[in-house]
Design a binder for this molecule. Structure first.
Ligand code: E4P
Length: 217
C-alpha cells in the first residue's frame, strides 16, 4: 500500500519523506488554510520535494470552472493530481481532465456507487472518506471493501485512495482490505510505530543494561 501524507505542512512532509515514507501528498482547501501559505507556492514546494502524485484541489462548483482551475494547477508541476469533488460537475471535469492525460483524484466519496461513477469517468484515484463515515456511525472501512470488490470485479484501474484516516488502525485495515493508497496526517503515520509492549520491553532492557555498567561506544 502506498502512503500519501495528508497535509500542506512542508516540514512535516520532509521529515517523513527523508525516511522513505511518502509516496505522494494530498491537500485540500482546509489544509491550505491551515498552512497559512499561498496554494501555488506551497504546492510547488511540495512537488519539488516529493516525486509522486501531489493532489491540489479545485474550488469551483461548476465543471468549466473546475476544468479551468485544474489546468491552472497542473502548470505547477508534472506530478500534480487535480482533485475534484464527487458531484456531477466533478465527474464531468474528471472526464475532460483525465482525457487530457492528467491525473485526477475524485474526492469526498461516501458511497460505492459514487466510486463506480468516478472509475467510469476515468479517475486516477478515488478518495473515500472513512473517518467522516465513522463519525456518523457508518463503518468507513466497509466502503473500502465494497469499492475494492467492485473495482476488482471489472478490472477498473482507478486506485482506491483511502482518505480521512484518523488512526493507525485505519491504516492497518486499509492495507488488509487491499486499498492501493492510504493518505494520513503525519501524526497517524508516526503513530504506526507505537506499541505499548515495545515501550515496556525497551524500559526493561535499559534497566538491565544499566546494571551491567557497560557501554557500547
Ligand atoms: C484527503 O484527500 C482528504 O482531504 C482528507 O483525508 C480529509 O480528512 P478529514 O476528514 O480528516 O478532514
Amino acid at each position: 500500500m502506498k502512503f500519501f501524507v495528508d497535509t500542506a505542512d512542508v516540514d512535516a512532509i520532509r521529515e517523513l519523506h527523508e525516511l522513505g515514507m511518502v509516496d505522494g501528498v494530498t491537500t485540500n482547501p482546509s489544509l491550505i488554510m491551515k498552512s497559512g501559505r499561498d496554494i501555488k507556492e506551497v504546492t510547488a514546494e511540495i512537488c519539488a520535494m516529493v516525486p509522486g502524485p501531489v493532489s491540489a484541489e479545485t474550488v469551483a462548483l461548476d465543471a468549466d470552472g473546475m476544468i479551468a482551475e485544474g489546468r491552472e494547477l497542473a502548470k505547477i508541476a508534472d506530478n500534480i493530481t487535480i482533485k475534484v469533488p464527487l458531484t456531477w460537475a466533478g465527474l464531468q471535469a474528471c472526464k475532460v481532465l483525465s482525457g487530457e492525460g492528467r491525473m485526477v483524484n475524485v474526492t469526498l466519496c461516501f458511497s460505492a456507487n459514487q466510486a463506480l461513477l468516478a472509475a467510469k469517468a476515468g479517475a486516477t484515484f478515488i478518495s473515500p472518506f472513512v473517518g467522516r463515515l465513522d463519525d456518523i456511525n457508518i463503518d468507513g472501512m466497509d466502503l473500502i471493501a465494497e469499492i475494492r470488490q467492485i473495482y476488482d470485479n471489472y478490472d477498473f484501474s482507478t486506485e482506491i485512495l483511502t482518505a480521512s484516516i484518523r488512526s493507525a488502525n485505519h491504516m492497518k485495515e486499509a492495507a488488509l482490505i487491499g486499498a492501493d493508497v492510504a493518505t494520513a496526517p503525519p501524526n497517524v503515520i508516526k503513530a504506526m510505530a507505537n506499541h505499548v509492549l515495545t515501550d515496556k520491553g525497551l524500559d526493561a532492557f535499559m534497566a538491565d543494561w544499566a546494571k551491567t555498567g557497560q557501554s557500547i561506544v
